[in-house]
Design a protein around this ligand. Structure first.
Ligand SMILES: Nc1ncnc2c1ncn2[C@@H]1O[C@H](COP(=O)(O)OP(=O)(O)OP(=O)(O)O)[C@@H](O)[C@H]1O
Length: 246
């Protein structure tokens, strides 16, 4: 369904790299020199205690928040140097985001929610709805196409959210506790659907979770602790370098 060009294998170099990220909110240092790499097609879990800085990291990597210090590079471009317009374009075309809940537009049906990013990208209504329907099918929620978010279960609603995040064929999906509000079975269905689709389309996934069972779906896991990533050999090396420089 994606029209993207073929890309190098998942073993190739970093798609996104972050080096020495620092971000404070008032006196709270949410990030204190975090570095990591996400490779093409890789599923990377970021674990860590509540308040350790995981969501802030995701916001910096996806260009939602600008770090106070440090560099995020995506596909060779430094996000910090991009004008707001280009950053917005990149977020719409190359990045998909899935949060814990509440991202769907409550007034729209599941079908229209999933068609929305395609309409924003300039696709006509008919083809956008057709493509949205195919993505609902893929995530097992075609039967819910005409329902609004308030009329669906949490698991169904999250699968619609995944369809919406993936419908534009992003190269990276940022998922912040995507199963956090679900029971075990619904969580497993959502993770299976996400991982299957990501593998099929070689989409990289940055997955934030405190749940070891969810992290087990990833290729690799790093742990955030007090604003730095403490494990994962590549990342530790990056942080050591950032500390020496900083
Ligand atoms: N917009 C904000 N304004 C003020 N403080 C913030 C903001 N965002 C995050 N923080 C603070 O920064 C720190 C890191 O928060 P962050 O949400 O990144 O952690 P987290 O590891 O994702 O936590 P959780 O697992 O509970 O979601 C926390 O102390 C938090 O209170």
């Amino acid at each position: 369904m994606s029209t993207r060009e073929p890309r190098p294998s998942p073993e190739s170099s970093a798609l996104i790299s972050a080096h020495g990220l620092r971000k404070s909110y008032g006196r709270t240092e949410a990030l204190r020199g975090a570095s990591l790499e996400l490779r093409e097609g890789e599923i990377l879990a970021v674990a860590g205690a509540s308040g350790s800085g995981k969501s802030t990291l995701l916001h910096c990597l996806s260009g939602i928040v600008r770090p106070d210090e440090g560099v995020v590079t995506y596909g060779g471009e430094q996000l910090g140097l991009l004008p707001e317009g280009r950053l917005g374009e990149l977020r719409r075309s190359d990045f998909g985001v899935v949060f814990q809940f509440g991202q769907l537009i409550p007034e729209l049906t599941a079908l229209d929610n999933v068609a929305m990013p395609l309409l924003l990208a300039g696709m006509r209504r008919g083809p956008a709805q057709q493509q949205a329907g195919e993505w609902l099918e893929r995530f097992g929620v075609r039967g819910q196409a005409e329902l609004r978010p308030g009329e669906m279960s949490g698991g169904q609603s999250q699968r619609v959210t995944l369809a919406r995040a993936l419908v534009t064929g992003p190269r990276v999906v940022f998922a912040d506790e995507p199963t956090g509000a679900l029971d075990t079975l619904a969580g497993e269905q959502v993770m299976t659907a996400l991982v299957h689709t990501a593998r099929e389309s070689a989409t990289a996934v940055l997955l934030i979770t405190h749940d070891a069972q969810v992290a087990a779906y990833a290729d690799r896991e790093v742990v955030m602790s007090d604003g730095v990533l403490r494990s994962g050999s590549d990342d530790v090396v990056g942080q050591e370098a950032a500390r020496r420089e900083g």
